[in-house]
Design a protein around this ligand. Sequence first.
Ligand code: ZN
Length: 621
Amino acid sequence: MNLYALISATIVLAISLFSLPLLNNYWFNSTPPTPLTADLILRNGVIFTSDVSLPFADSMAVQNGRILRVGNYSALQEFAGDGTKILNLDGKVVVPGFIDSHVHLIPGGLQMAQVELRGVNHKDEFVRRVEEAVRNSKEGSWVLGGGWNNDLWGGELPVASWIDDITPHNPVWLSRMDGHMGLANSVALQLAQITNLSQDPTGGTIMKTSDGEPTGLLIDAAIKFILPWIPEVSVDERREALLRASKFALTRGVTTVVDFGRYFPGASVQLSWEDFSDVYQWAVLSAEMRIRVCLFFPLETWSSLADLIKKTSRALSSWVYLGGVKAFADGSLGSNSALFHEPYVDEPHNYGLQVMETESLFNMTMASDKSGLQVAIHAIGDRANDLVLDIYKSVATTGMRDRRFRIEHAQHLAPGAAVRFGDQGIVASMQPLHLLDDADSAIKKLGMDRAEKESYLFRSLLASNAQLALGSDWPVVDINPLHDIRIAMKRIPPGWDKAWIQSERISLADALIATYMEVTFLALIGDVFEIFHLEMNTFSMAGTRSQRLMHAFLKMIWDHYHQGNWQILSYCPRIRGRTLLLKGRHLSRQHMSQVYRPILESKKCSSKRYNSVLNKEQVHY
Ligand SMILES: [Zn+2]
């Protein structure tokens, strides 16, 4: 026997031994696999598979909320059985659910049941809506609402006297759309004992007239003077709010959100925890969750979150993930409380407000990071962004790790800051819809030059290799991913005929990636995330033909969307049952498109809840 034969024989033997358990398994345990029967087969649709080799399919077989296979109708026949429902889609489009990287779910649901002032563009209409709400309220009960934006009626700030006459017996609190400012009527001011003698708290302002009388407007930390007087919303109201909000998100195609809850400057840090135990845990236990949420808690409470994760792990269920912690570095542009290096043009002595002191922000970020928590910090002004970038940089000197630090909003960036996002691997969590509201006011408040150089630098951030995660900030603005994508691409504010800062527009593919995929990756949702988001990336980068197809496909979505044909097909979002372990890796986009390959067959899903149903609601835009 020569050496060659000996080696060959050894290899064959080794392979045989290695294979033995598999063969045994086959020989002795060989019940043939039971044929899979679909509950539902969708046919005659335009189904986006996010699979490069088959980007679109006309049919899809679903079992127990999981996709068994996509392909031609004939290729799915093997899944058809006695109980299989066949649904003809008549050419309708089916896409994976959208992910919104920044919402406040319960406040959104609560706001849906309050005075709606969003979009109001005239003082008279503002007053009329309050009047109507008062008419429907009991004497003495609080009238709550929000969403107003004074820029829509020319900029004049509302004052208590606008509504005092029509609200003599009801305290009223109406928060501005950004949540950083609110209007109290005189009854509410009296209740809260806010008078001409009241001092501004640190990080907040009680707006006063030239005579020193409170106007009714409270900014940032001053809001805490009024909140304790507003009766707590009941547990039932909050539960209903979650259900209402989730249902609404689904009608907009959003199936997953990163939820920053009821935590705002001036609000108690306990609210997020009450919502967690009263609402989210209840919703999981009673199978009421309709969308997946990744929850963030106040930074001050990082140790409670770290303890909880030790006990339960990050995934409370397939619906609720414990995401990380959030803090506020500054206020908002609309309330002149975003923190800038240069003063506001319309208030030459005002640089904005720093909401939390640098030292506590740093210490708590450090402690959270050491406990393995993801940190997200709200920063709107250029100085606030630099401050947070500095903090993240110092914390990161403790060693290389997959941190995915986030800056929420990242709206105005000083020269060089966009590059720092890329260099430091910071996630820019941005909301294109804010751009529409801010375009005019940024020019007014910062001056043309500053506004043009530093606002919503989507393209600069991407060019510096920063991770961009798009979201809505609902209920601050509407939840509507298709609009977000379009605004990120076009940047045309209402009443404008051209883009605001043309050079910062981004491509469809980039906007889609930021909306669909990176959010999931960046939200650190446990160790699990859905490959179809990655495939979207692979697909969109796969060459001109695919890009053409993608554009045609998007056009089709737009058409359906504008015709009001947008229906939500709910299915288990862990499409085709694939999950990936990603913890501890930091992958570039290119990396991801190389590493992951689509797999067509599915595994069964343990989730029984996400039965595949065509949602009854049809949304008309
Ligand atoms: Zn927010």
